[in-house]
Ligand binder design. Structure first.
Ligand code: ZN
Ligand code: ZN
Length: 1015
């Protein structure tokens, strides 16, 4: 006896019950034991940032995909690692803590105290990692919880130190002096790849200023420049013109680009090259820095001719191209603002103002001094800090870089060997690798990897490669070192290896992508001489995890990863950082295959933002959709398109689940009613054609799903499953329904076996409902969980059975279509049907007759459904000439042959799809017809008394069955049926039929109304 199923599944409730059973029965542990010693499949988890206090639906997407493929591979017997990772350092964590403490600047952090600040940051990670773990478990993700890696462990940091030391030994490490994107609030530079993150470029409205610079050598004349960053004007040192473009002197004495002022009358025109070298007065020469500068015009081929005045204001301290030009032309570099983006003291009345605060004052002053030509506003896409949303500025800064030039060819070569899904993601990586600049690895912050750089005044750069080396070279302070972290590590000076003097560490911390990039080495024990139990639980990670530090042999076993998966954004982030570090350390890619996927939006296709009220907390989704429905939504999504996630799609998915659920419920109810009890080893019987087909169809599902999982394309698993459920419910069950009204062991066994196989196929995607149904359907002699049942084999595919039924279904679909077009209800029996072009369906004539309610199905005779075709004269006329008339006549008479793909043969001529114009379908009197390119059906529509009588019988049966439903009878309940006197003729002609179809054990004719009563 199976557990009866309710009308629809309560996803959240059954999921909680299954979670409880997994926990009680140790299902995941059993699975790992079962696969121990099996072939290896290596997955390395990209760390999730531990700064949120609940799992987001975005994160749940990626976690679902990871879980799906680990589960699939586990069912195939692969031995795997299940180590989850948390990203624990950097601005993500710091900015959150700053906000919670109400701190607004680096000065305030330092006043608050770095030790306490570090403790608060760790606290965030502790709480967040617990919350994320809870959410992930609720999602159904099977990981080795409790043995997670945390990137703020000393072990992880030491591995990065080791990497940096190696990179330094190669000469790739350098201190760069350059113009860089800078967040004034965070007080640090950002790297090129950080600007590629979502949300960095936002619409911003800025002042738009036209400023006049009087020429010193040509009194009465001036240059006009355009800028959207007023704060950079006090740092102006030059104006650039395109030497080969034409400039003009306006009536009012202003020089501009002629092309930008098409309606202007010019006093004089000259190429830009003639302006080069002219000196001009700066607008802020009254301030000390500007006053010492000789402003002049320089040539620049990249001056934009599309915007502004064609004359560009150059401030080398405030822009990367400006900075490059300063090198080229020997221009002075004025750096007007400090790390917090505020003007330095020598900027007089501007001192202490932020770049935005200064804008109004600068505009006002320009107006007073007569430098302002005009002002307005300008909207553009402008970069913002990815972490705190502050508009970025450009600043000159000394940052540590890793040169990528030497590695670039090898990076490109290695990337070409990686299998990227979808393919274009690999192309994006290739583009990035070709064009990326050197890696800016230093951040002027606190809670991050301490860069182990100790530059000495003797000129030597000391780079420490491990904690042991630090201890050995420390001159003091090693004892107070709680963690390899600021502020403790800053109190450990070392001895310079060149001159022996004590040197201190630079204050900078590292880019967080170093933290995540080292993971394939730090967690797998690369070059680790021995296996250290809990060796990963060091520094800040102590007490949070029990993760071991494996030995080098382990690394050899599990590196490189067979597969990694993250969203597209990670191409320039985690996919890149681990790739670079791996190519640098061992000369090869750290992964063989990648699945990358696009963005998640809300169901209307908008970005999800808390302030827009369209975000969905995972808790709400778990409670309202259920994890399986979420997982289905994620998995149904082709990775090359944005996922529109929401309750609307979830509702639709629940409807689809219901279809499968109803099929299983029919199995359960019928089996219980008839007493069917399978053993786990029961195998289906191939005798009945429908059974033979369902077995083949199930094999096909397994084959399609296997291929889709192997290609890491979950949406194809979903498609295959949906098509299968459609076939199962609308063909197999519908055609076989009557066989389940008695204990037909063969039918039951086949049906049961097929459903059980389909549960195995879906187990990785929807692990809860699959296991819930498995535990109901599979007897005690089978595996207790579907997840322990292994992957089903597809068997030898019975292609003939599949092709036959596919053709039968094509015929019946066309038959239904013809009936529908002719307005003939299916309950009205018809005398004859003619089928052409479907030879395989011939064997199934009885089924087709039954399905379409016709008495007789005849093949390859009778009328053919044809489309009215006309010649496309402009094309055919020139080609066929006089022959056109015969072709046109044949087409008009319907005397043509379809050749597939729209091609047609008529009057001996083959015509292409463009050469014929398709019109209405030709009708033949007395027939309902339909056709596709190959198959044609024609149903005779003539009715006689017998057919009309049968229609009435069917109407009656339908009414009775509706009454059964209305009265809440089970599908297997027997009834006593009373039929009104008017329908006496139906009972006498078709009494048995009526009884059979309504499960009536007694049939009476009475003068009154139609009545049923449970027997
Ligand atoms: Zn910031
Ligand atoms: Zn030295």
């Amino acid at each position: 006896m199976f557990e009866p199923l309710p009308d629809k599944p309560d996803h959240p409730a059954l999921e909680l019950e299954i979670l409880d059973r997994w926990e009680r029965e140790g299902t995941f542990r059993k699975l790992r034991e079962q696969n121990e010693g099996g072939p290896k499949w290596s997955f390395v988890d990209g760390p999730v940032t531990a700064n949120r206090m609940s799992l987001g639906v975005h994160t749940a997407w990626g976690r679902t995909l990871k879980d799906v493929f680990q589960r699939y591979k586990a069912m195939r017997g692969f031995d795997q690692r299940y180590q989850n990772g948390f990203d624990c350092q950097g601005l993500w964590i710091e900015v959150g803590v700053e906000r919670s403490l109400g701190l607004n600047s680096k000065r305030e952090i330092e006043e608050f105290g770095l030790e306490e600040f570090a403790r608060r940051c760790r606290e965030v990670v502790v709480n967040s990692s617990e919350a994320l773990t809870r959410g992930s478990i609720r999602l159904g993700q099977w990981m080795d919880w409790g043995n997670d890696y945390f990137t703020f462990s000393d072990t992880n940091i030491e591995y990065i130190w080791k990497f940096l030391k190696i990179v330094h030994a190669r000469g790739w490490l350098y201190l760069g002096h350059r113009s860089t994107e800078w967040c004034p609030r965070c007080g640090t530079s950002l790297s090129q790849h950080e600007l590629t993150q979502a949300g960095v470029f936002q619409e911003k409205t800025d002042p738009s200023l036209f400023v006049r610079y009087p020429l010193v050598d040509q009194p009465g004349e001036s240059l006009v420049v355009w800028t959207t960053t007023p704060w950079t004007l006090p740092a102006n040192v030059a104006a650039a013109v395109n030497p080969s473009a034409e400039y003009g002197l306006r009536e009012n004495g202003e020089w501009v680009l002629v092309a930008r002022y098409p309606d202007e009358r010019f006093q004089r025109k000259a190429p830009g090259s003639e302006l080069v070298g002219l000196r001009y007065r700066g607008a802020f020469d009254d301030l000390a820095p500007g006053g010492s500068v000789e402003h002049r015009v320089i040539p620049w081929d990249d001056v934009s001719l599309e915007e502004g005045t064609g004359i560009v204001h150059i401030a080398p301290g405030c822009g990367p191209e400006d900075f490059d030009l300063s090198r080229e032309h020997g221009l002075p570099v004025l750096a007007p603002v400090d790390e917090a983006g505020r003007f330095y003291d020598d900027y007089g009345w501007l001192h202490g103002l932020s770049t935005t605060e200064a804008a109004d004052q600068i505009v006002g002053r320009l107006g007073e001094t007569g430098f302002l030509v005009g002002s307005g506003t300008y909207e553009h896409r402008y970069p913002h800090c990815w972490r705190c949303d502050t508009p970025l500025i450009w600043r000159i800064s000394d940052d540590w870089f890793i040169s990528v030039e030497e590695a670039r060819p090898k990076l490109l070569e290695e990337n070409a060997r990686v299998r990227w899904v979808p393919e274009y993601m690999g192309k994006r990586m290739d583009d990035w690798l070709r064009n990326m600049g050197d890696w800016n690895i230093s951040r002027r912050r606190y809670y991050g990897l301490p860069l182990p750089f100790y530059p000495c005044s003797c000129g030597h750069l000391n780079v420490v490669g491990s904690k042991a080396e630090l201890e050995e070279r420390a001159t003091e302070g090693f004892d107070q070192l709680e963690e390899l972290r600021r502020p403790w590590v800053d109190r450990v000076p070392i001895r310079c290896e060149a001159c022996g003097e004590p040197v201190t560490r630079i204050p900078e911390v590292g880019d967080v992508w170093l933290d995540a990039g080292i993971v394939p080495f730090a967690t797998l024990g690369w070059e680790s001489p021995e296996w250290i139990p809990q060796g990963y639980a060091t520094g800040a990670a102590r007490g949070l995890t029990k993760a071991d530090l494996p030995d080098h042999a382990y690394w050899e076993t599990w590196f490189p990863a067979d597969w990694v998966s993250e969203m597209r954004e990670q191409i320039r982030l985690w996919f890149y950082s681990q790739f670079f570090m791996s190519v640098a350390l061992v000369g090869r890619s750290p992964y063989e295959r990648v699945l990358a996927y696009e963005k998640m939006l809300d169901e209307q296709g908008r970005e999800m933002h808390a302030s827009w009220g369209n975000t969905i907390p995972a808790e709400d989704a778990f409670a309202q959709m259920g994890a399986d429905v979420m997982r289905w939504q994620y998995c149904a999504q082709p990775p090359d398109r944005n996922l529109l996630f929401g309750y609307g799609p979830a509702h639709e998915i629940k409807r689809r689940f219901l279809r499968f659920w109803n099929s299983v419920k029919f199995l359960v109810d019928s089996a219980n009613a008839e007493g069917f009890k399978p053993g786990y080893g029961a195998t289906p019987s191939p005798e009945h054609p429908l059974d033979r087909w369902l077995v083949a169809r199930t094999g096909q599902l397994v084959a399609e799903a296997t291929e889709a999982y192997e290609d890491t394309l979950t949406y194809r698993v979903v498609d295959a499953f949906e098509a299968y459920v459609e076939d199962l419910s609308t063909w197999y069950i519908r055609r076989s329904r009557r066989r389940f009204y008695s204990l037909d062991e063969k039918a039951f066994t086949t049906f049961w076996w097929s459903v059980v196989q389909s549960l195995r196929v879906m187990a990785p995607l929807t692990p809860f409902i699959a296991d819930h149904l498995w535990r109901n359907l599979v007897p005690d002699d089978g595996p207790e969980s579907v997840h322990l049942a292994g992957w089903p084999g597809a068997g030898a595919l019975d292609e003939a059975a599949l092709a036959e039924v596919a053709e039968v279904r094509r015929v019946t679909e066309l038959g239904h279509q013809a009936r529908g077009d002719a307005g003939l209800a299916l309950r009205q029996p018809l005398r004859q049907m003619f089928v052409r072009g479907a030879p395989l369906a011939r064997e199934h004539a009885d089924e087709i007759a039954d399905e379409l309610n016709v008495k007789e199905v005849l093949f390859d005779q009778g009328p053919v459904a044809r489309v009215q075709l006309k010649p496309n004269l402009p094309l055919l006329g020139p080609r066929l000439g006089a022959k056109l008339r015969d072709v046109a006549a044949a087409l008009a008479a319907g005397d043509y042959e379809e050749l597939g793909e729209g091609r047609v043969r008529a009057a001996g001529e083959e015509l292409g799809p463009d050469e014929v114009i398709r019109g209405e379908r030709l009708s033949v009197e007395g027939f309902a017809m339909a056709a596709d390119d190959v198959v044609s059906v024609a149903l005779s529509t003539e009715l006689d008394d017998e057919l009309r009588l049968e229609k009435r019988v069917r109407d009656l049966i339908r009414r009775v069955n509706q009454m059964r439903k209305d009265q809440g009878l089970e599908i297997t309940d027997r009834i006593r049926l009373t039929v009104p006197g008017d329908d006496d003729d139906l009972v006498s002609a078709h009494g048995e039929w009526i009884k059979q179809e309504t499960l009536a054990v007694e049939l009476r004719v009475d003068g009154g109304a139609l009545q049923i009563e449970r027997a």
